[in-house]
Write a protein that binds this ligand. Structure first.
Ligand SMILES: Cc1cc2nc3c(=O)[nH]c(=O)nc-3n(C[C@H](O)[C@H](O)[C@H](O)COP(=O)(O)OP(=O)(O)OC[C@H]3O[C@@H](n4cnc5c(N)ncnc54)[C@H](O)[C@@H]3O)c2cc1C
Length: 408
């Protein structure tokens, strides 16, 4: 017999507790929103897999990723964010009330922030799991290049990321061996990168190759055994580290069919981190962005936490004040930098006095915030929107006192 799920209400539910989700939590908590953060594995996300974060501003001693994200978690908790360690199994994002479900619970939220991150695609070679992250297999040259100064590294892949990151690695490593699946000279990257890589004296290439297995001891990777895809010959390459750049898989399975995704399955957002659905925001590595780092993830979180607060506040004003049903309503939508529209405020005030408390008048300055105007779906500003019984009855685009009075 299936058990009824417990239902709980929140202002904001954040899915994913990596740097992006934690930062969004800090901003939402600080805005006094009732905020829940759901994390299925480790709070701190991918950053916790890193032994040394040398490029996050404010931490000159390159601490472990966890040391940084633990501070973020403590800060979010202090600001009232609730944490639950459980996986989100389904979401319903359309509509005013968003539904986020876990195995046992159903959370209803006014806004949802998606911060589910992603995972690097791996080769599937034998023993790969054993050497992931700090034991010799890395996925981030920006993060780990300096630690490979004077060493021999293997790069897997030949797309733009692989070749550009491989070139970056040559500034530090003594030798960069690149495993390429294709015939000699053929790569998946752009032509400029290809030519530069072929001319780079620190780079050499193993053509027609894929990873067969990884070998090493308890502590670290020692050899990447490649396989020639045409001859099946095994080619052992002794190295200090291996960098895999064969793609990144965003954790977007939950949102397929509900949110627009790019060809590579990332969520597209605008500068306010809004997705295609009102009240649903996406941040961090799960979004279609250029630089996937902790610093950019926390920036995204700050924007989404703030945008969610604004969205909820505007929605409340819209439902209770703008679309009130007690009296006929006059909503003046204008842009304060437009002198004519600003001068018409005096006429709006005159109309308000003429009706002596029998109409509800609201003024919306789109210069300060465009959200309410978008909700009213006005085609241009300035505009006067008339409501009756909590419904829009007329939109007037010519600023004329008599026309407005006639509509009321
Ligand atoms: C090996 C490695 C080293 C790195 N080193 C550095 C570095 O030195 N400096 C730097 O700035 N960046 C580094 N990065 C990149 C950095 O870790 C990421 O850019 C950052 O963690 C992205 O944050 P995020 O919150 O968007 O996603 P993530 O950190 O991936 O967090 C997403 C979270 O969502 C959770 N989640 C996913 N699905 C669900 C679900 N259904 N329900 C509940 N929870 C869910 C996941 O468990 C995860 O904890 C490194 C990355 C890797 C892989």
């Amino acid at each position: 017999m299936s058990r009824e799920k417990k239902v709980e209400n929140y202002d904001v539910v954040i899915i994913g507790g990596g740097p992006a989700g934690l930062s969004a939590g800090i901003y939402a908590g600080r805005a006094r929103l009732k905020t829940l953060l759901l994390e299925k594995a480790l709070v701190g996300g991918l950053a916790t897999y890193t032994n040394e974060i040398a490029n996050y501003p404010g931490f000159p001693d390159a601490p472990k990723g966890e040391a940084i994200t633990d501070l973020m978690k403590a800060q979010a908790k202090k600001l009232g964010v609730e944490f639950k360690l459980t996986a989100v199994s389904s979401v319903t994002l359309e509509g005013e009330e968003k539904v986020v479900e876990t195995f046992r619970n159903k959370y209803l939220a006014k806004a949802v922030i998606i911060a589910t991150g992603g995972r690097p695609r791996t080769t599937g070679g034998e023993n790969e799991e054993q050497f992931l992250f700090d034991k010799g297999i890395s996925f981030c040259a920006t993060c780990d290049a300096a630690a490979n100064t004077g060493k021999h590294v293997v790069v897997i892949g030949s797309g733009d990321a692989a070749i550009e990151e491989g070139m970056f690695l040559t500034k530090f490593a003594s030798k960069v061996t690149v495993s390429v699946m294709h015939d000699e000279g053929k790569m998946d990257c752009n032509e400029i990168a290809r030519e530069a890589a072929l001319a780079n004296p620190k780079m050499d290439f193993v053509w027609n190759s894929v990873v067969k297995r990884f070998e090493g001891d308890e502590a670290h990777l020692k050899t990447v055994v490649l396989k020639n895809v045409k001859t099946e010959e095994e080619i052992p390459v002794d190295c200090d580290n291996c960098f895999e750049f064969i793609g990144y898989l965003p954790n977007t399975e939950l949102f397929e069919g509900q949110l627009p995704l790019t060809r590579n399955r990332y969520i597209t957002v605008n500068e306010k981190k809004e997705t295609g659905i009102e009240g649903v925001f996406a941040i961090g590595d799960v979004t279609d962005k250029w630089l996937k780092q902790i610093a950019t993830a926390v920036g995204d979180g700050a924007i989404a936490g703030t945008a969610a607060e604004r969205y909820i506040a505007e929605k409340e004003i819209f439902d209770t004040k703008i679309m009130q049903s007690e009296k006929p309503g006059l909503i003046y939508v204008y842009n304060a930098i437009d002198a004519t529209a600003r001068e018409f405020l005096a006429t709006i005030e005159k109309i308000e006095h003429q009706h002596a408390g029998n109409i509800a008048v609201n003024r919306i300055d789109v210069y300060k915030s465009n959200g309410l105007a978008l909700k009213l779906k006005v085609d241009q500003v300035p505009a006067v929107v008339i409501t009756k019984g909590g419904e829009i009855s007329e939109k007037i685009y010519t600023l004329d006192e008599a026309t407005i009075n006639a509509a009321l």
